[in-house]
Ligand binder design. Structure first.
Ligand code: FAD
Length: 636
């Protein structure tokens, strides 16, 4: 029996309808390309919509000392100098323009008294920098980008009589394979979640914008669709992934009740004055300021509290250290027996701001705790603990064009699925701006790439048949393993052995168990048919989760130091030698993960000069410092 496959032809296919995907699609359409947007979940329901705190952009509206150079410095510092410097530079320079542009699309950010876009404090940012809409910034971002897409569709309708003529959204559609013609992208294959029918989109350029990988962990802020699909699609297409060992465990997820464990408690709570206390009532973060940050952070509660009103003459509260530091501190307090019964610590905003102010600034948090935990955050503290939140690692890309490295052409990646920009740790608020800056670049360069081709790459019939067979396999397997059991077992391995604190023995053990899981996942089965069947969908997601988890575990075992979102108990220090190394994953012919060390690109002279020597000496090797001295010497 032949299987029915719906076929479409586009110039650019964007996989993912979060901020990165929508911004990329807008740009490709503005370049005149026929563009498709594919979304695994409902249109508008990407992670981007859940972003609460804001988008970081050095507009200098609240503190005029802010500018792109300070933002660049903070981003590099936050990423512990492992960031791709060019990405961090482009991001810091272009973020303000991307935010202002959103207002031309119809966004309306909160205002300062004099009518400028308001900006709030966040961990690791020297000045108030996050443009925001209460604590629902992601919603405004997605709403505006969708509105822009609708307006483009209306333009197309006026011209052609067809709304979908140049930009079309395929929602609740999952891509399972990328199809190639030699080393060139030729299309994407997937299925409609509701009907289980197959779809083939032929296109010479594909932008991956599929977001994160959090569902390989049990305690996570990520929703069901974040199974690392884009990462795995890239690998299977011949692209490379960079620095997959770096996962961000956000310090404040809900810990109670168990059914909501992991749901995010926005950093804005701390940005707006919230403090962390242990079960003895001690404000413990003062005990956890690492040497590299000591000069920037307050030593007493009095100084920390003064900072909120007078940031120019006081140092920042330690609650606003980068997320990796705060997550580790909470972990240590709980481990030392100073946590709450449910295994968290207390986050107190109730004693810091009047109730009306809390409700005005943090309406979503107020409702979240009231509805889910029966806690009134204007009266009592919240119970919080670390939750797997964000992956810094991702598709290795050219910083300027967002084109994927490796043995594939026509593949681009932007947003959380791409790697490099955030180094070993992302600062809060830097994701929303990253999506806009690199989403736009990816769309623009994908469109331009299609014009360089002498002929359109062709999809091979055999490849489509293989994609169909792979998709149907779990449904036809008699006695296959239950996908939910497999996901649970994977989450146990990753949570217990590749979690927030890592050790050599446990990582080796994790790799062994992942190999065993690989064999079991190859035998995964799903009951029922193709009509809306979540068990089947998970069975297909599992091989992506597994491959991405293998990358994380392998790289985590290889990197013998602690940096940002990678903490090795057996190698607790940051090593200047390891700062020179990116760990890059590819797939070998047998489909196994191959790990390679590559040098971290060297920062240009005018950028390295933005940092002072004392600070750099905590990160760089002796040889690098000598080069720095030469550069600075020449400038004098
Ligand atoms: C609760 C929460 C709060 C956050 N708050 C902030 C904040 O305040 N500031 C900040 O900067 N960052 C924040 N972040 C992080 C930020 O929201 C994300 O990193 C960012 O939104 C990722 O955007 P993206 O466009 O890369 O992908 P996403 O918005 O995650 O979208 C991914 C898209 O890809 C689709 N997709 C995935 N796989 C497939 C597939 N196989 N086929 C088809 N489609 C697929 C999904 O359905 C979705 O449409 C927060 C994250 C969470 C979870």
């Amino acid at each position: 029996m032949t299987t029915r496959i719906e076929r479409h032809h586009y110039d650019v296919v964007v996989i993912g309808a979060g901020g990165a995907g929508l911004r990329a699609a807008i740009e490709a359409r503005l370049a005149g390309k026929r563009t498709a947007i594919i979304s695994k979940s409902l249109f508008g329901k990407a992670h981007t919509v859940m972003a609460e705190g804001g988008a970081a952009a050095a507009m200098g509206n609240v503190n005029s000392r802010d500018n792109w150079m300070v933002h660049f410095g903070d981003t590099m510092r936050g990423g512990k100098f492992l960031n791709n410097f060019r990405m961090a530079e482009l991001h810091a320079k272009e973020a303000p323009e991307r935010i202002w542009e959103l207002e031309t699309y119809g966004a309306l950010f909160d205002r300062t008294k004099d009518g400028k876009i308001s900006q709030r404090n966040f961990g690791g940012h020297e000045y108030p920098r996050l443009a925001h809409v209460g604590d629902r910034t992601g919603l405004e971002l997605i709403r505006t980008l969708q509105q822009k897409i609708v307006s483009l569709q209306q333009e197309d309708f006026a011209e052609t009589g067809n709304y979908d003529a140049r930009i079309r959204v395929f929602s609740e559609t999952t891509i399972t394979e990328l199809l190639l013609d030699g080393d060139k992208v030729a299309g994407a294959f997937g299925y409609y979640r509701e009907s289980g029918e197959f779809i083939l989109l032929e296109a010479p350029a594909i932008v991956l914008a599929t977001g994160g990988v959090g569902r390989s962990y049990k305690v996570t802020s990520n929703s069901w669709e974040y199974t690392g699909d884009g990462h795995a699609l890239a690998l299977r297409a011949g692209a490379t992934l960079i620095n997959m060992e770096f996962l961000q465990f956000h310090p404040t997820g809900m810990v109670w009740p168990p059914s909501v464990k992991g749901i995010l408690v926005t950093e804005s709570v701390r940005g707006d004055g919230g403090i962390l206390k242990n079960s003895d009532g001690k404000r413990f973060m003062f005990d956890y300021v690492p040497d590299v940050f000591r000069r920037q952070y307050a030593e007493t509660a009095e100084e920390a509290d003064r900072w909120y009103k007078d940031p120019d003459n006081n140092r920042r509260p330690p609650e606003l250290l980068p997320r990796d530091e705060v997550a580790r501190a909470i972990n240590s307090e709980v481990k030392a027996g100073r946590g709450t019964k449910a295994g968290g610590v207390l986050l107190d905003i109730a004693s810091r701001l009047p109730a009306e102010e809390i409700q005005r600034r943090l309406p979503s948090m107020y409702h979240q705790f009231k509805e889910l935990a029966d806690v009134d955050i204007t009266k009592e503290p919240m119970e919080v603990g670390p939750t797997c939140h964000y992956v810094m690692g991702g598709v290795e890309v050219d910083p300027d064009s967002a084109a994927a490295f490796g043995h594939v052409q026509g593949l681009f990646a932007a947003g959380e699925v791409s790697g490099g920009m955030h180094g070993s740790n992302r600062l809060g608020g830097n994701s929303l701006s990253d999506l806009l800056v690199f989403g736009k670049r990816a769309g623009e360069h994908a469109a331009a790439y299609t014009e360089t081709l002498a002929k359109r790459p062709k999809v091979a019939t055999g490849d489509v048949e293989s994609a169909v067979d792979a998709a149907l396999a779990p449904l036809s397997r008699e006695g296959g393993e239950n996908p939910y059991t497999l996901q649970h077992d994977l989450q146990v391995v990753m949570g217990d052995l590749v979690g927030i604190i890592r050790r050599e023995g446990e990582l080796s053990d994790a790799l062994k168990r992942l190999q065993e899981l690989k064999v079991r996942v190859a035998n995964v089965g799903a009951t029922g048919g193709r009509l809306y069947n979540p068990g089947w969908h998970l069975a297909l997601d599992l091989r992506n989760m597994l491959i991405v988890s293998e990358c994380t575990a392998k790289a985590a075992l290889e990197r013998e130091e602690s940096r940002g979102g990678h903490t090795r108990e057996d190698h607790p220090k940051m090593s200047p030698q390891w700062r020179l190394v990116n760990l890059v994953c590819s797939l070998d012919d047998g489909g196994d993960v191959h790990l390679e060390r590559k040098p971290v690109p060297k920062m240009r002279a005018e950028l390295i000069k933005l940092f002072d020597r004392t600070e750099l000496s905590k990160y760089l090797t002796v040889e690098e410092l000598a080069e720095y001295d030469e550069v600075v010497g020449e400038a004098k």
